[in-house]
Design a protein around this ligand. Structure first.
Ligand SMILES: Nc1ncnc2c1ncn2[C@@H]1O[C@H](COP(=O)(O)OP(=O)(O)O)[C@@H](O)[C@H]1O
Ligand SMILES: [Mg+2]
Length: 324
């Protein structure tokens, strides 16, 4: 049975944006369904912001087309964008105005009353700090205010460009909880991120973008459900080297106190026997859930998503993500 609610919220068909030197977005086909918390994951420069700009009508496509709420004509897109709350990477707020007054400016444009401002301030946990000047806010509070601005008017689709950018683990957790809460209320969320752990923890679905192209698109559960082998032994370096030479191992890497590998045949016993034959005795050998990082590495052939621009190393970023 096909009802109005089955219409994809976002659908792109070979959507492209070329600049003189670069193809920022290269024939991408995305499909975001109602109620999904959709992560648009890729390293810096992959084409995430450009894609969001295309969807919001800020950037003109060089090729392809897209639908929002099933509509694709100029009039339909215009109407659809009224159902969207969005923020690009660095929202503009007035530093000398309070958080509340900054939201009031946005609310006035949308014709919303102060009740709506209060509702949103409470949702993003700024109710008690609403009268403070924006410039006195911590980065986490600023990001939450930006999130609040997108929520004014209770839009059906919320588009966020790197909502956790530059935040500490606590700030990330706060943003994550707000986004999850929105998802639980049935909102559709499309968020871009270069942080694997954020997408893994926040999103129901993911598209991985690299050099402007989508390399993988699925539910987070599906892309991570297929297991990988986790192994431990006294000499991890020797173990890693040996597993790397195992014919059925697609890739191998060190993760914490373990060596993790993707096996073509999924046969742990055969791997163990092979290792024993090389004099390596494994103290721990199990199938464990694959992380989004494994999927990213497999899809792109790149071991690391790349250095974030906020000055911290990618490794720290992942450690941040491991804080509960
Ligand atoms: N206005 C522009 N002119 C030329 N190149 C651009 C422009 N905007 C973005 N790019 C290039 O397009 C690519 C994708 O950029 P962007 O969409 O900002 O990536 P992301 O948001 O994933 O970091 C980058 O190589 C970037 O340098
Ligand atoms: Mg960007």
């Amino acid at each position: 049975m096909k009802s109005a609610s089955d219409v994809p919220i976002i659908q792109t068909f070979g959507l492209s944006k070329r600049y003189r030197q670069t193809t920022a977005v290269d024939e991408i086909s995305l499909r975001v369904e109602p109620g999904q918390v959709f992560g648009f994951l890729g390293p810096n420069g992959a084409g995430k912001t450009t894609t969001i700009g295309l969807l919001l009508g800020i950037i003109n496509p060089s090729g392809g087309r897209f639908r929002l709420f099933g509509g694709e004509s100029a009039a339909e897109l215009h109407a659809a964008r009224r159902r969207i709350g969005a923020t690009l990477e660095y929202p503009n707020f007035y530093p000398y105005l309070s958080g509340r007054d900054n939201l009031r400016i946005v609310a006035d444009v949308k014709g919303l009353d102060s009740k709506e401002i209060d509702r949103v301030l409470d949702l993003v946990g700024l109710g008690r700090r609403a009268k403070q000047k924006f410039k006195a806010y911590s980065l986490g509070m600023k990001q939450r205010l930006a999130l609040g601005a997108t929520m004014l008017g209770d839009p059906e689709l919320i588009i966020l460009d790197e909502p956790a950018n530059g935040l500490d683990p606590e700030g990330m957790r706060e943003i994550r909880e707000i986004i999850r809460g929105l998802g639980e209320r049935g909102k559709t969320i499309f968020l871009s991120s270069h942080l694997l752990s954020e997408v893994e923890r926040t999103c129901t679905h993911v598209a991985i973008i690299q050099h402007g192209r989508i390399v993988r698109q699925d539910s987070v559960a599906d892309v991570t459900s297929h297991g990988v082998a986790g192994l431990r032994s006294a000499d991890l370096a020797a173990l890693e080297t040996a597993v790397a030479e195992y014919p059925a191992a697609q890739w191998v890497k060190r993760r914490g106190d373990r060596v993790v590998a993707e096996l073509d045949d999924g046969d742990l016993a055969a791997l163990n026997e092979w290792l024993v034959g090389r004099g390596i005795h494994v103290s721990h050998l199990v199938f464990e859930a694959r992380s989004l990082e494994d999927v990213f590495m497999e899809a792109t052939g790149v071991a690391d998503i790349g250095e974030p621009t906020d000055g911290s190393s990618g490794r720290d970023e992942r450690r941040m993500g491991e804080v509960p």
